[in-house]
Design a protein. Structure first.
Length: 410
């Protein structure tokens, strides 16, 4: 009894499938088509970041003191060696004078000790001085000699400290930021910078961007780059990749929002007048390019199962293109195959294709299609789900396609 019921169900399903196939083959499906042509396909990596100067120097004091004067304003151009700011130097002048006095007195003491040593050696030679007395004179001489070396070092340090109270420009550039004003205290730590101002060379700019780990492997040094700056719309500037980080920067580790990125530096080959450090920018890095190559719109490529294309569809037209899977080696009979639907008279065939480079709107076709083939490019619903090999199609005119798009939007 159960076997009889199962047999009836199988027959019913087979009849429904047959009727649906017959219906689909009998009714023409509206599609939009294009002719396969040759294009230039550019593969690019997009990333965003900020504009910054190639050379940027944060200027801080190496000695502590009150800022008595700042001789520049923000935005002012400065030359290397130009006076930028002056710290209070009274204490450091006093230290220098003290160091000079100590050095002078120690030098006099050393001269006297040298004469004493010479006399002691003469007396010792004539047996008029004991060995212990000679050793004492030599020890005093060496001690004073060491004191002179220390006094000389202290003098140099005092001179250096006094010199550091006068802050000068280390490069030619522009003061892009002032962080302190006259009357404030500069801490003068050598281990933690207390920045007074920032000077940058604005004639050479770069964009530092974060590139996803899946894309950075395609980026190379000297790759050409198109740069768009948010503050300067409708304008693209040229650049090139100069640095690619070897160490990743990860955020959100251990969570679903985990992102791994690499810093990439792009040198700007064109510097607009209105550019400012810190502006937001978007770059497109040209990683590969194919000229005069067969290409199709991205939306024309869809996927079908292996059996659907090669067995059920009985598609033998693609055998000549050398892209049919080897049935002896391919054990995954249900795996998905990338196909393009080619129009043949009033029906379509699913043609397996091998894809090369991809741009924003094109796929390079390495095999499967020829020049002047007519392929289906829309609509999306029919192309992605319903269309099968052998289906009858009706090609929409351009006007009908526009009307359909307007209707779907409304």
């Amino acid at each position: 009894m159960k076997k009889w019921i199962i047999a009836v169900v199988i027959v019913a399903i087979a009849v429904l499938v047959f009727l649906n196939v017959k219906k689909s083959k009998g009714q023409a499906v509206d599609v939009q088509t294009e002719m396969v042509k040759r294009h230039t396909v550019e593969e690019k990596v997009s990333a965003s970041g900020r504009v910054q100067p190639v050379t940027r120097v944060s200027i801080s004091a190496n000695v502590a003191g009150e800022i008595v004067a700042i001789h520049v304003r923000e935005g002012q151009n400065v030359k290397k060696g130009q006076l930028l700011a002056q710290l209070d130097k009274v204490r450091y002048e006093a230290s220098l004078n003290s160091a000079k006095a100590t050095f002078s007195s120690t030098k006099v003491a050393l001269d006297r000790a040298e004469k004493e040593l010479a006399r002691a050696k003469a007396l010792f030679k004539g047996n008029n001085l004991s060995q212990s007395d000679l050793d004492r004179v030599i020890s005093e001489y060496e001690s004073i000699k060491g004191n002179l070396a220390q006094a000389e070092a202290n003098l140099k340090q005092a001179e250096d400290n006094l010199q550091k109270t006068t802050i000068i420009a280390p490069i030619n550039g522009t003061v892009i930021q002032l962080r302190k004003e006259a009357g404030e205290i500069a801490l003068g730590s050598q281990f933690q910078a207390d920045i007074i101002m920032v000077v940058a060379d604005l004639t050479k700019m770069e964009v530092e961007v974060d590139v996803n780990e899946n894309d950075v492997v395609r980026v190379g040094i000297n790759d050409a780059v198109d740069i768009e700056i948010d503050a300067i719309p409708d304008t693209t500037f040229k650049g090139k990749v100069t640095e690619i980080a070897h160490m990743a920067q990860s955020t959100g580790l251990g969570t679903q929002e985990s992102v791994t990125q690499f810093k990439v530096v792009v040198e700007m080959l064109e510097i607009p007048e209105k550019i400012r450090p810190g502006m937001s920018a978007t770059v497109e890095i040209l990683t590969n390019k194919a000229e005069n190559t067969l290409a199709v719109p991205i939306q024309s490529v869809t996927v079908r199962s292996w059996e659907n294309v090669y067995k059920n569809g009985k598609n033998t037209s693609s055998d000549q293109d050398g892209v049919v899977p080897d049935t002896k080696k391919d054990k995954k009979r249900s795996e998905m195959v990338e196909v393009v639907f080619r129009v043949e008279s009033d029906t379509v065939s699913a043609i397996p294709v091998k894809i090369g480079l991809s741009s924003q709107d094109l796929f390079q076709i390495l095999s499967g299609l020829n020049d002047s083939d007519i392929i289906v490019v829309g609509n999306h619903k029919v192309l992605s789900r319903e269309l099968q090999t052998g289906m009858r199609v009706k090609i929409e005119s351009p006007d009908e396609g526009k009307k359909a798009k307007k209707k779907s939007k409304s």
